[in-house]
Design a protein around this ligand. Structure first.
Ligand code: CLR
Length: 378
């Protein structure tokens, strides 16, 4: 039934939110939504989803051939999707609207070293733009020589009762090989459809294709389908790893559902399996965080949302927004602009341009944020 999951007192507020969605394109994150759909987590925390199975991230370095490493990258990538796209449903009952990060917001964390992953894995996230919202991140396991650098933005529109989210941005995974050479993988991101809005219990389905292009020539093409398409099951995917042109190797085809498991179509062997628990990122206690760190910055707002005290949440949110406005005014007066802390903007990413050509990436070029190698000491 319509509005089934919406608290009685918020039904009309949900209806007007839904109405304002129709015909909407642009920055959804800035739109006011009814309290029941608010999440206490900022979007700057989301890049942690890339590494909640640190063993799989580290294992990329252990691949002995170009093909096995390309398969390890694909396996790690597919294994992140459950966390990226279904974890809010699991922890909060439905997809929610994350806190819209402020310019300069930071999120630091790590996954401790152990034998299986060979080293500590660190995470540095910075909100590098507020209008439109853009989040840049870096994940590195230095001991293993595996590094992920990327940035994320979203273009949203509304169609057929669903929110369509085009992910703008890409990630580059770099692996340092024992030979001294570095292998690179360009990772593009799938399109999202947010369904279930009518009932007030939104959830994500992935659509269309995404790609992982290796500098060795190996290319993973991942096709996403939901309920009612080829298998009838939600969260279905089919990934094909194709060898570089003129090689003699055969393609590998993987099929399954990304939130459970998948198989190699030819051998029947299990490819990925995410039914076991994942490991959330470790973050310093709030008392030890600086004022720009996400959980410290949003503490009052998050507490209000968690405890259902939306007035308090709104008061704290108002404070953060006023402070931001004042900063922008001061900058304008002083004729200065905000300086990024951990990243440097480049208009065109040479890795994207070079590897994107190999699979005719669209667009042919994209901007990027280069990491300045100045994260917190580990
Ligand atoms: C951010 C980058 C991550 C993957 C990811 C997962 C969920 C997405 C999020 C990204 C961007 C913001 C997002 C969110 C789901 C809902 C939310 C699209 C792509 C929008 C802004 C809020 C919609 C509001 C309704 C739920 C009411 O790697």
């Amino acid at each position: 039934r319509a509005g089934e999951a919406v608290p009685a007192a918020q039904k009309s507020s949900w209806t007007s939110f839904m109405k304002s969605l129709a015909g909407f394109t642009g920055d959804l994150s800035a739109m006011t939504a009814p309290p029941f759909i608010l999440s206490p987590t900022s979007l700057t925390e989301f890049p942690a989803y890339w590494c909640e199975r640190p063993e799989l991230f580290a294992a990329i370095a252990d691949g002995k051939t170009e093909q096995t490493r390309a398969l390890a990258v694909l396996k790690w990538f597919i294994s992140t999707l459950k966390g990226q796209y279904t974890s809010r449903n699991e922890s909060m009952g439905s997809e929610k609207k994350p806190l819209n990060p402020v310019l300069g917001e930071l999120f630091y964390g790590y996954w401790p070293a152990n034998e299986a992953r060979g080293g500590k894995t660190t995470l540095v996230v910075e909100q590098v733009s507020h209008h439109p919202p853009i989040t840049a991140y870096r994940i590195e396991n230095i001991a293993k020589g595996v590094i992920l650098t990327g940035h994320n933005a979203q273009k949203t529109s509304f169609s057929g009762g669903s929110i369509i989210v085009k992910q703008v941005g890409h990630a580059v995974l770099a692996v340092s090989l024992p030979s001294g050479q570095t292998e690179e993988y360009l990772i593009t991101l799938p399109r999202l459809r947010i369904d279930g809005l009518w009932y007030g219990s939104p959830y994500i389905e992935l659509a269309e294709m995404s790609y992982i292009q290796s500098s060795t020539g190996w290319l993973s093409t991942i096709e996403y389908k939901g309920k009612g398409y080829f298998s009838g099951k939600s969260h279905t995917f089919k990934a094909t790893l194709t060898p570089p042109p003129h090689g003699s190797s055969e393609p590998t085809v993987i099929e399954g559902t990304w939130h459970t498991n998948s198989k190699d179509v030819h051998t029947g062997a299990v490819f990925h399996d995410v039914t076991s628990p994942k490991e959330e990122v470790t973050v310093a206690p709030i008392e030890e965080q600086c004022e720009w760190e996400s959980r410290k910055l949003w503490f009052g707002v998050a507490k209000g949302i968690r405890e259902g005290d939306f007035e308090t949440a709104a008061t704290f949110k108002g404070k953060i927004e006023n402070d931001q406005r004042q900063r922008r005014r001061d900058e304008a007066t002083a004729n200065k602009t905000w300086e990024l802390k951990h990243f440097q903007y480049i208009e065109s990413d040479p890795v994207y341009e070079h590897l994107g050509k190999l699979f005719k990436a669209n667009p042919p070029t994209e901007d990027a944020y280069v990491y300045l190698n100045n994260g917190p000491p580990s």
